[in-house]
Design a binder for this molecule. Structure first.
Ligand code: NIG
Ligand code: FE
Length: 437
C-alpha cells in the first residue's frame, strides 16, 4: 500500500463494484484513492483515518454513486472510412452478409473507402466513435486494422489506432487484422496475399511496434482454417497475442484452432461445437461474445454459453463496433443483448466488459478490477444498482470517467455529450465530425 501522503485524489461516498474474484465484489459505503495514476487505497470509508482523508490533494464526494473499473472494449473495428448504410438496406431486403460480401460490398466497400481516406480523416472519425465509447465508461479500446489489406493502409490504420489516446480519454490496444478479407487485387491469388501478410505486412507491423495482437477472420467468405493457422502461428511466434474471428457464420472448428495455436481468445462463436468448448477450456482460451453482430446480422445461433460456463471458459463481451456487422458504440445496448440474446447473467456481462476483457488483452495485472496497484481507470455511474447498466435501455448514466487517476466530466469536450444521442451541431471540429457515417 502506498503512503497516504502521496494520494492525488480520494473519492468518498462511493459504492464500489470491484469485479475482483469473478464477482461484482461489492464494497458499500466505500472510498478509493489514487496516486501516480494507480489505485493507492480502497475500502470502507469508515476505515479511513482523519489523517488519510486530509492528506489527499483532492477529495471528491460522490454522493453514494456506484463505481466500476473503467470498461474495456476488447474487440472493435472503429478505424474505418465510409459508410455501410447501403448494406443495411440490402440486408433489410433479404440479402445476407455473405451474399453482400461475395458481390464486392461488405468489408471490401469499407476497404475502398478506408484506402481513400487520409490519416487525419480516419483519426477524426475514429476519435468521434472512441468518445462515444468513453461516454459509456470505456477507458481501454482494442482497435483492429483490417480495412486496408495492403501494406501502407494496414500500417496507417495501426498508426491511427495507436495515436487515438491523444484525442480521447481512453487507451487503445491495436491489433493487426490484415487477414480480414482477400483484397480484390489478389482475387484468384490467395497464396500471394497470404505471403504478403507473412513476409511484408507482419514484419513491418512488428517493426512499427504498435500492434500487440494478431487476428484473422476464419470463415468461408474470408480465410480457411489452414490460412488462419499460418497467420496466427507467425504472429504468436513473434510475440503478439493471438485472436481469432471464429465460428461466427459456420462451424469451421475455429475454437479448437484458436486453442491449438495458443491464441488468447476466440471471438463470436455462434457456431462453436462441444469439442470447441472443451479445447478452449483445456487451453485457457477466452471466449469473446459479440451480441451486437449476432443481432445486426440476425444470426439465429447463439454461442453455447451454458457449456462455456460449465467448462469454466472466461467470457468477455465487446461491442465489435464496425460499419457492417455491429454499428454500435452503445455499451448499455451490448450488455443488454448479452443478457437477453445470449443468456449471460448481468454479473457475467459486467465481468465480460471488465476483468474478462482485461485477460483477453493480456492486461489482467494492470486493469479490469478495482484493486490496489491497478491502474486508476474508473467509471462513476448515476445508478442505484450496477445491474441497471444491463437492464435499463436509456442514455448513458455515466457521471464521470477517470483515466489514469484523472477525472473527465461528461461535459468535457474530449468526452463529448453522454451516450449516443446526436448532438445539435456545434462549432468544435471534433464535434462536427460526428455526422452520419
Ligand atoms: O467482427 N467478422 C468479420 N469482421 C467484422 C465485420 C467487419 C465488417 O463487416 O466490416 C466482425 O463482425
Ligand atoms: Fe470483429
Amino acid at each position: 500500500m502506498m503512503p497516504e501522503a502521496g494520494w492525488d485524489r480520494l473519492w468518498t461516498g462511493v459504492q464500489l463494484a470491484t469485479m475482483a474474484d469473478r464477482s461484482l465484489g461489492v464494497i458499500r459505503d466505500g472510498a478509493i484513492a489514487s496516486a501516480g495514476g494507480r489505485i493507492a487505497w480502497m475500502g470502507k470509508e469508515a476505515d479511513l483515518s482523519p489523517r488519510q482523508r486530509t492528506s489527499a490533494a483532492e477529495v471528491i464526494p460522490c454522493g453514494g454513486a456506484w463505481m466500476t473499473p473503467g470498461f474495456i472494449d476488447c474487440h472493435t473495428h472503429i478505424v474505418f472510412g465510409g459508410d455501410r448504410s447501403g448494406d443495411f438496406r440490402r440486408r433489410l431486403h433479404g440479402q445476407s452478409y455473405a451474399d453482400i460480401a461475395r458481390a464486392g460490398g461488405g468489408i471490401m466497400s469499407t476497404v475502398r473507402a478506408t484506402r481513400r481516406a487520409s490519416s487525419e480523416e480516419l483519426t477524426r472519425r475514429a476519435a468521434a466513435r472512441g468518445r462515444e465509447l468513453a461516454g459509456w465508461g470505456v477507458t481501454t479500446i482494442e482497435v483492429k486494422s483490417g480495412y486496408g489489406l495492403d501494406l501502407e493502409t494496414e500500417l496507417r490504420m495501426l498508426d491511427v489506432a495507436a495515436a487515438l489516446p491523444r484525442h480521447i480519454p481512453s487507451g487503445t490496444s491495436p491489433t493487426l487484422l490484415a487477414a480480414h478479407a482477400i483484397p480484390p487485387e489478389y482475387a484468384g491469388r490467395r497464396g500471394d496475399y497470404l505471403r504478403l501478410i507473412l513476409e511484408e505486412i507482419l514484419p513491418a507491423a512488428l517493426q512499427q511496434g504498435h500492434a500487440t495482437a494478431i487476428d484473422a477472420f476464419c470463415e468461408d467468405i474470408a480465410f480457411t482454417p489452414a490460412e488462419a493457422r499460418a497467420i496466427l502461428e507467425a504472429g504468436i511466434a513473434a510475440g503478439l497475442h493471438g485472436r481469432l474471428h471464429a465460428d461466427q457464420l459456420s462451424d469451421l472448428d475455429g475454437g479448437a484452432l484458436a486453442a491449438a495455436t495458443g491464441a488468447r481468445s476466440a471471438d463470436h462463436l455462434e457456431y462453436l461445437s462441444g469439442d470447441g468448448v472443451r479445447a478452449m477450456a483445456a487451453a485457457g482460451v477466452c471466449a469473446v461474445l459479440l451480441p451486437g453482430a449476432a443481432y445486426t446480422l440476425r444470426v439465429e445461433h447463439s454461442p453455447p454459453v451454458q457449456a462455456l460456463r460449465r467448462a469454466g471458459v472466461t467470457m468477455a463481451v465487446a461491442t465489435d463496433a464496425n460499419p457492417g456487422s455491429s454499428p454500435i458504440t452503445n455499451v448499455g445496448m451490448i450488455l443488454n443483448l448479452a443478457c437477453i440474446r445470449f443468456g449471460l447473467t448481468p454479473e457475467e456481462a459486467l465481468l465480460g466488459f471488465t476483468s474478462a476483457a482485461a485477460s483477453v488483452l493480456g492486461l489482467e495485472d494492470d486493469r479490469g478490477t478495482l484493486e490496489p496497484g491497478k491502474r486508476a481507470d474508473l467509471a462513476l455511474w448515476g445508478v442505484e444498482d450496477p445491474l441497471q447498466l444491463c437492464y435499463w435501455m436509456g442514455s448513458s448514466p455515466l457521471r464521470s470517467l477517470i483515466k489514469d487517476g484523472v477525472p473527465w466530466e461528461p461535459a468535457d469536450r474530449r468526452l463529448g455529450a453522454l451516450g449516443t444521442t446526436r448532438r445539435p451541431s456545434t462549432h468544435s471540429p471534433e464535434k462536427t465530425a460526428r455526422g452520419p457515417e
